[in-house]
Design a binder for this molecule. Structure first.
Ligand code: FAD
Length: 379
């Protein structure tokens, strides 16, 4: 079987690796437009559950992914300068470049050919491949070119983001809310290595406009955000890596495949940075496509039908949670009047999947603090 893969991100590389590891006779070609070693952004974060999938499926990859990772079991919500700790939120963090490096090394070990610095513009570049996997990210060229086949729905959310790094080490993972004369700014920040933290800045369209961020040059935007978060950064700089402002697009597709072409990872469906699930979703897609490929050896139509049937429910559920989380950030207005404990509690229950009983079990300290302020919540 010949497989062509567009895009050497986590989705494409993990699928390539799993397939070639299982059957060395497969011819697998991965085409990646960027040179090796280039990556946008800084660190990525996985929930504990997310990494368990990788551990079960590929313990050798899990070992190299976790060799340099940081694990912390709590997070903090910072509102009005008060730090409220949320216990038992286990996150694994690592540099995106280390994750890709680990995937490259394992792909090479089993004989997957990765062609860097080469852009695929269409599927015919894969000649007589039996299966073409479009794992080319949220702005997928293949999906766009064949939009009538896949039926994509692109929902561009209103808030603006800039993905910075910093040398200030944020432990634990922190969500920082800062109100300024221009409006509200939010930082999603966490240490992902011994030397650096990711520092993702978010603001609503009105704040973006008032702060003049659309008109500011990159260095000027960085300086502006450094002033907003001066108390948090404690003199450390914000660092830019092609960190221009962008709005996040929630991607859905009515059809996941067409003929012998299938979408995978962000090309198929995005999560949202606020729940840090994009890489998890992408790698779970790879596992599901791998399992369907093994179950229906060589029968591409059956593989793609099984992939969508088995994967869609879990994928849709996580995306729905991501959308609820997105909406929480987009509609914070009246919630900013809440005291820091109630605000942090509201964050915790934002996607409707955590009940008060679960908060009590998971984080008795927070539940008790909340009940002191809201006696009606006492059992
Ligand atoms: C601001 C921000 C913060 C995020 N934070 C997190 C986080 O903390 N945790 C997390 O899990 N996820 C996070 N994500 C999401 C995560 O980066 C993606 O969900 C994940 O990388 C998806 O993997 P993928 O392989 O599907 O796509 P990508 O990682 O986007 O990989 C696609 C690859 O395809 C290549 N490509 C594109 N077009 C072509 C072409 N025509 N030809 C050849 N190659 C091509 C690209 O260069 C890229 O390497 C974040 C995303 C953003 C934007």
């Amino acid at each position: 079987m010949k497989i062509g893969i567009v895009g050497g991100g986590p989705a494409g590389l993990f699928y390539a690796y799993l397939m070639k590891r299982a059957d060395a006779r497969l011819e697998i070609r991965v085409v990646e437009r960027d040179p090796e070693g280039a990556t946008y952004g800084w660190g990525v974060v996985f929930s504990d559950v997310a990494l368990a999938f990788v551990r079960d499926m590929a313990p050798e990859l899990y070992a190299s992914m976790t060799a340099r990772q940081e694990v912390h079991d709590a997070m903090e919500v910072v509102h009005r300068g008060v730090h409220v700790r949320l216990a038992h939120n286990v996150f694994h963090r690592m540099a995106r470049i280390d994750l890709l490096g680990a995937l490259h090394a394992h792909c090479r070990r089993v004989g997957v050919a990765i062609e860097f610095g080469q852009r695929a513009n269409d599927i015919d570049e894969f000649g007589d491949a039996d299966l073409v996997v479009a794992a080319d990210g949220a702005n997928s060229t293949i999906r766009t070119r064949h939009a009538s086949r896949f039926g994509p729905e692109l929902d561009v959310r209103p808030n603006w983001f800039a993905w910075y790094g910093t040398t200030r080490l944020f432990d634990p993972l922190s969500l920082i809310f800062r109100e300024t004369d221009d409006g509200l700014f939010i930082a999603h920040t966490y240490r992902y290595s011994r030397t650096h933290s990711t520092f993702l800045v978010e603001c609503d369209p009105r704040t973006f406009e008032r702060a003049g961020l659309a008109r500011r040059a990159e260095g000027d935007s960085v300086a502006y955000c450094e002033r907003v978060f001066a108390d948090d950064l404690q003199g450390h700089p914000l660092l830019s890596n092609r960190s221009s402002w962008f709005r996040y697009t929630i991607v859905k597709n009515r059809r996941w495949s067409w003929g012998h072409v299938v979408l995978l990872g962000d090309a198929l469906r995005t999560g949202h940075p606020s729940i840090g699930s994009g890489t998890r979703l992408a790698m779970q897609d790879s596992i599901a496509l791998f399992e369907a490929s093994r179950a229906h050896d060589g029968d591409v139509a059956a593989i793609l039908a099984a992939f969508e049937r088995d994967r869609r429910p879990g994928s849709d559920a996580l995306q729905a949670a991501a959308i609820r989380s997105t909406e929480w950030y987009e509609n914070l207005g009246p919630k900013l009047a809440l005291d820091p404990v109630s605000f942090a509690y509201d964050y915790l229950v934002r996607n409707g999947r955590v009940s008060h009983a679960q908060v009590r079990e998971r984080d008795p300290e927070l539940a008790a603090a909340y009940e002191r302020l809201h006696p009606e919540m006492r059992a």
